[in-house]
Design a protein around this ligand. Structure first.
Ligand code: UN1
Length: 508
């Protein structure tokens, strides 16, 4: 037993069927952000192994694409069942490896279960259209066909859910997956891969080998996968900087890309807002996951009339937030992922400090207890009197607070950033709510009313515009990103009329 707030780490690995990982001595050390101690060392894959995986994925594709989609759904149903059984263990490993609090670790696994359920339904609804043909005796149909091997690149902050969003859909769509998880969170990835293999074993011989493969390594090995034309779809989640590299490489080879990149999400609090709701949503959005969600609330625009009723409440709550080990009962805010994240938080705070902003919080916390971990005091930064917007995303719990007096101007400032992921308004004025979600309202992929910016359900398409990358994952018709569209015109007449009325008769 290792000391992690009474959690038996060995047992977690055992329950997940991956105990052997603990005795590996690979070239990638994995540290728990909870205490900075090493959890394990795993082996990274070589370039030759990556190459072989892509060929194996091509073979798997040939076998899997001809399995009927509802049967493919059965595999994901089995995966969902295993996830239900292992929810606590996987949730604990997510907490240990990523540092998010156990409640959020469990929530992340629930998100995986939810997308499995959703994908099972989708497996019977890969609908195309029937289209009226302009020609007599003709029918037009649209089919959705499997696209081919899908490369999934995921980030440390949602180490398992993002894999599940992509994999559950890709598998029901008929595509094998190669998953390159963040090098900061390979252990949860190994656990997921094991669950996938267990689901395949229950499913039986219809599931070819290598339907899901795990590619462990650093950015270069991900780049190798991204550049390879055997990978029909690349779905990449991470920073805008990463997406800026990935997108042109995939475009150059005419592959399909699904990008889910940075966010700079804002909440507007209007004068009629229910301030209790707004307060809860702002604090959860800003400090949940220690500010490391792509949907975290980073900016808030508060109307002059209620500014003084709301901002002191937020600042007071920040003073009493329980920071601590993510597995400890009652903890609301766990650590940042590592020292580099802490440095970025410091740099961002230094920048606004020199601009004259009023900062509450910030700085390291719990240093005596956890000298090798990076706990921080979440920060509220009041930007009153500062004209500048905050245009960069810092993956840390910093909440920038602005005042506004005119809704149109607040929406304009909310939109005036390069990113376009999530946004929200708190108002009980129906005109304001409808304005926010209208054409000239929020320019984000997600625009909520009276709920915060983070914590989206899987049923909606998830993603955003501008530098967020434009991709959509998870619900709605995001499955189409994993398929290729085929239009088929069928002639059941005895003539061969040409479209557009063209006359062309070949003499014999
Ligand atoms: C992410 O941070 O990459 O909406 C995903 C949310 C979660 C997913 C976040 N359902 O906050």
């Amino acid at each position: 037993m290792r000391d992690n707030v009474g959690l038996d780490v060995n047992k977690v690995f055992e329950e997940l069927g991956i105990s052997d990982v603990l005795s590996q001595s690979g070239n990638l050390p994995v540290f728990s952000p909870a205490d900075g101690k090493k959890l394990a060392s795993v082996q990274m894959h070589t370039s030759a192994q990556c190459d072989a995986m892509m060929s194996d994925a091509e073979d798997a594709f040939k076998a899997w694409r001809i399995i009927p989609a509802p049967r493919r759904g059965e595999l994901i149903r089995l995966l969902g069942e295993i996830l239900r059984e292992k929810k606590e263990a996987l949730g604990a490993l997510v907490s240990l490896e990523n540092g998010k609090i156990f409640q959020e670790g469990l929530g992340e696994v629930q998100e995986m279960i939810d997308i499995c359920d959703f994908a099972v339904g989708v497996s019977r609804q890969l609908y195309g259209l029937t289209i009226a043909s302009e020609r007599p005796g003709h029918k037009m149909r649209e089919y959705w066909q499997p696209a081919g091997p899908v490369g999934v690149i995921s980030a440390f902050n949602f180490p398992v859910a993002v894999w599940a969003w992509n994999t559950a859909l890709a598998i029901v769509c008929g595509d094998p997956v190669i998953w390159k998880p963040s090098e900061k969170t390979p252990l949860t990835a190994i656990a997921c891969q094991q669950m996938f293999l267990d689901a395949c074993a229950k499913f039986g011989a219809d599931a070819p080998e290598n339907l899901s493969q795990l590619l462990i390594g650093e950015a270069e090995i991900g780049a190798q996968m991204v550049a390879d034309k055997r990978m029909s779809v690349i779905s990449a989640t991470g920073s805008t900087a990463m997406g800026r590299k990935v997108a042109p490489i995939v475009a150059e080879r005419f592959g399909k890309v699904i990008l889910e990149l940075g966010g700079n999400n804002a909440i507007i609090v209007a004068p009629s807002a229910d301030l209790d709701l707004a307060f809860q949503a702002i604090v959860f959005g800003a400090v949940g996951t220690c500010g490391q969600r792509c949907t975290s609330t980073r900016r808030v625009f508060i109307h002059d009339d209620i500014y003084d009723a709301l901002v002191p409440r937020i600042k007071k709550a920040y003073g009493g937030l329980s920071l601590g080990h993510p597995m400890a009962e009652g903890t609301l805010v766990g650590p940042l992922i590592d020292g580099m994240s802490f440095d970025l938080m410091e740099t961002a705070l230094d920048k606004v400090r020199t601009m004259g902003a009023d900062i509450t919080g910030g700085g390291r916390a719990l240093v005596d207890e956890y000298p090798e971990a990076f706990y921080v005091n979440p920060a509220v930064v009041e930007m009153s009197g500062i004209a500048d917007n905050v245009k960069e995303e810092t993956f840390a719990p910093i909440l920038y607070v602005f005042r506004y007096s005119d809704l149109e101007e607040a929406i304009e400032r909310q939109n005036d950033v390069p990113q376009g992921l999530s946004s929200a308004i708190f108002t009980r004025d129906v005109l304001e709510a409808e304005t926010f979600t209208a054409e000239a309202g929020s320019d984000c992929g997600i625009a909520n009313v009276n709920i915060g910016t983070s914590g989206a359900e899987i049923g909606g398409a998830f993603g955003g515009e501008k530098e967020t990358g434009g991709g959509r994952e998870s619900g709605s018709d995001a499955w189409k990103g994993y398929m290729r569209r085929m239009t088929s015109t069928l002639n059941y007449s005895k003539e061969l009329p040409l479209a557009q009325g063209i006359k062309f008769s070949v003499g014999e």
